[in-house]
Design a protein around this ligand. Structure first.
Ligand SMILES: [Zn+2]
Ligand SMILES: [Zn+2]
Length: 92
Protein backbone atom coordinates (compact mmCIF):
# COMPACT_ATOMS: atom_id res chain seq x y z
CA UNK A 1 0.00 0.00 0.00
CA UNK A 2 1.20 3.49 -0.85
CA UNK A 3 0.69 6.22 1.74
CA UNK A 4 1.74 9.80 2.17
CA UNK A 5 2.93 11.24 5.45
CA UNK A 6 0.76 14.09 6.70
CA UNK A 7 2.57 17.18 7.93
CA UNK A 8 1.80 19.39 10.90
CA UNK A 9 0.04 16.69 12.87
CA UNK A 10 2.20 16.96 15.98
CA UNK A 11 -0.57 18.88 17.79
CA UNK A 12 -2.87 15.88 17.40
CA UNK A 13 -2.96 13.81 20.56
CA UNK A 14 -4.86 10.80 21.80
CA UNK A 15 -5.43 9.05 25.09
CA UNK A 16 -2.73 6.46 24.50
CA UNK A 17 0.81 7.26 25.69
CA UNK A 18 1.89 7.97 22.14
CA UNK A 19 0.70 7.38 18.59
CA UNK A 20 2.99 4.37 18.33
CA UNK A 21 1.22 2.90 21.39
CA UNK A 22 -2.07 3.75 19.71
CA UNK A 23 -1.00 1.76 16.64
CA UNK A 24 0.09 -1.22 18.76
CA UNK A 25 -3.16 -1.16 20.70
CA UNK A 26 -5.45 -1.14 17.66
CA UNK A 27 -3.48 -3.40 15.32
CA UNK A 28 -2.35 -5.80 18.09
CA UNK A 29 1.15 -5.73 16.61
CA UNK A 30 4.48 -4.70 18.10
CA UNK A 31 6.12 -1.72 16.45
CA UNK A 32 9.72 -2.84 15.94
CA UNK A 33 10.81 -1.79 12.47
CA UNK A 34 9.80 1.11 10.27
CA UNK A 35 6.79 0.16 8.10
CA UNK A 36 8.39 1.31 4.85
CA UNK A 37 9.43 -1.52 2.52
CA UNK A 38 13.21 -2.04 2.42
CA UNK A 39 13.74 0.31 5.37
CA UNK A 40 15.42 -1.56 8.24
CA UNK A 41 15.50 1.27 10.77
CA UNK A 42 13.70 1.03 14.07
CA UNK A 43 10.15 2.36 14.38
CA UNK A 44 10.32 5.57 16.41
CA UNK A 45 7.08 7.44 15.79
CA UNK A 46 3.46 6.72 15.02
CA UNK A 47 3.03 8.81 11.89
CA UNK A 48 -0.22 10.18 10.51
CA UNK A 49 -0.66 9.02 6.91
CA UNK A 50 -3.21 9.21 4.12
CA UNK A 51 -3.75 6.45 1.52
CA UNK A 52 -2.60 7.58 -1.93
CA UNK A 53 -4.93 6.84 -4.89
CA UNK A 54 -7.78 5.77 -2.67
CA UNK A 55 -11.30 7.05 -2.13
CA UNK A 56 -10.67 6.37 1.56
CA UNK A 57 -9.65 9.77 2.95
CA UNK A 58 -9.40 8.72 6.60
CA UNK A 59 -6.17 9.41 8.46
CA UNK A 60 -4.25 6.41 9.71
CA UNK A 61 -1.29 5.74 11.98
CA UNK A 62 1.71 3.63 10.99
CA UNK A 63 5.09 3.22 12.75
CA UNK A 64 7.96 4.97 10.95
CA UNK A 65 11.60 5.70 11.62
CA UNK A 66 12.68 9.33 12.00
CA UNK A 67 14.00 9.67 8.47
CA UNK A 68 10.93 8.18 6.76
CA UNK A 69 8.75 10.38 8.97
CA UNK A 70 10.49 13.41 7.45
CA UNK A 71 10.05 12.20 3.87
CA UNK A 72 7.81 14.07 1.44
CA UNK A 73 7.74 11.09 -0.92
CA UNK A 74 5.04 8.49 -1.23
CA UNK A 75 5.87 5.58 1.08
CA UNK A 76 5.29 1.92 0.25
CA UNK A 77 4.33 0.25 3.52
CA UNK A 78 3.55 -3.14 1.98
CA UNK A 79 0.96 -5.04 4.01
CA UNK A 80 1.49 -3.15 7.28
CA UNK A 81 -1.70 -2.87 9.31
CA UNK A 82 -3.15 0.62 9.68
CA UNK A 83 -4.72 2.02 12.83
CA UNK A 84 -7.43 4.64 12.43
CA UNK A 85 -6.19 8.02 13.68
CA UNK A 86 -9.72 9.23 14.41
CA UNK A 87 -9.93 9.08 18.22
CA UNK A 88 -13.74 9.15 18.12
CA UNK A 89 -13.59 5.69 16.54
CA UNK A 90 -10.79 4.38 18.74
CA UNK A 91 -9.45 5.51 22.13
CA UNK A 92 -11.60 8.65 22.49
ZN1 LIG B 1 -4.99 6.45 21.06
ZN1 LIG C 1 12.06 4.12 7.66
Amino acid sequence: MIVKNLKNTSDNTCKCNSWIDHWERYTKNNAIFCSVQKCVDQAKVGAHVLKVSSTDKDWYIVPLCYSCNKSDNNLDIGSTSLALANVNDTCG
